[in-house]
Design a protein around this ligand. Sequence first.
Ligand SMILES: NC(=O)c1ccc[n+]([C@@H]2O[C@H](COP(=O)([O-])OP(=O)(O)OC[C@H]3O[C@@H](n4cnc5c(N)ncnc54)[C@H](OP(=O)(O)O)[C@@H]3O)[C@@H](O)[C@H]2O)c1
Length: 246
Amino acid sequence: MKAVVFGGTAGIGRAVAQRLAARGDLVFLLGYDEASLARSAADLMARHPQQARVQWALCDMESPSGFAAALDAADVALGNFDAAIVTAAMFATQAELEADVELTRRLTTVNFANTVTFCEHARKRLLTHGGGWLTVVSSVAGDRGRKPVAIYGASKSGVSTYLEALDHKFRAAGLWVLCVKPGFVKTAMTANLKVPPFAGQPDAVARDIVSAMDRKRPLIYTPGIWRLVMLVIKHLPRFVMRKIEF
Ligand SMILES: NC(=O)c1ccc[n+]([C@@H]2O[C@H](COP(=O)([O-])OP(=O)(O)OC[C@H]3O[C@@H](n4cnc5c(N)ncnc54)[C@H](OP(=O)(O)O)[C@@H]3O)[C@@H](O)[C@H]2O)c1
């Protein structure tokens, strides 16, 4: 693969970039912090000396005007990328979001509108190149309206619906769309949260993501147990959802 990883400087995205580089795939990093990008690229090259020079470009999920130029830079560096992997997103607790309407606007814009906008830029390029992978990390939080993730979950629900439709529409043209639904994963994003049962590690989640890309799967839950957890949650009646705090 010749993969653009948007969010490859930390957590799940970093683990995916490491896994791809380890097996010889080419990686190009996108992110919004220059020092973090330079550090991550140097780390990839140090751990995987067989990897060609890892290049990167600045790209802020809050600034869609920069998406096209960042992807153009990736195209030039990789010689037309054939995989775009998006892990960059915002998280805030429900309490933080309810207390700050501007934070709600920013998070829903980044996680839904700007993520879809970035994917549209990537989708057009991938289809022009003859197809490839569009992999986006959504969340189990989008599967059902739930009290603790009412706003964050809604932003992820929109992304999941968009990705499902893309798969329906463009698979025949050679676009392999993968919607990733992690449960709780121990990363910087969740560092201040209480760890629930079935918490996953970024490396294991990255292994599941790369394996699903190889098998051209449209949807995965990771860790896999979350498919069962959410199956139950999706079937709970509303009067139960109103009572529980999950
Ligand atoms: N962790 C979980 O339990 C969990 C569960 C379900 C879904 N997810 C989803 O998984 C994805 C990855 O999360 P993670 O847990 O790996 O989080 P993370 O470790 O905090 O990594 C988030 C990445 O996004 C980047 N980023 C944040 N805001 C950005 C912006 N405005 N522009 C560009 N890049 C930005 C960060 O860059 P810097 O490192 O430079 O800040 C970092 O590379 C997210 O979509 C998240 O919603 C996570």
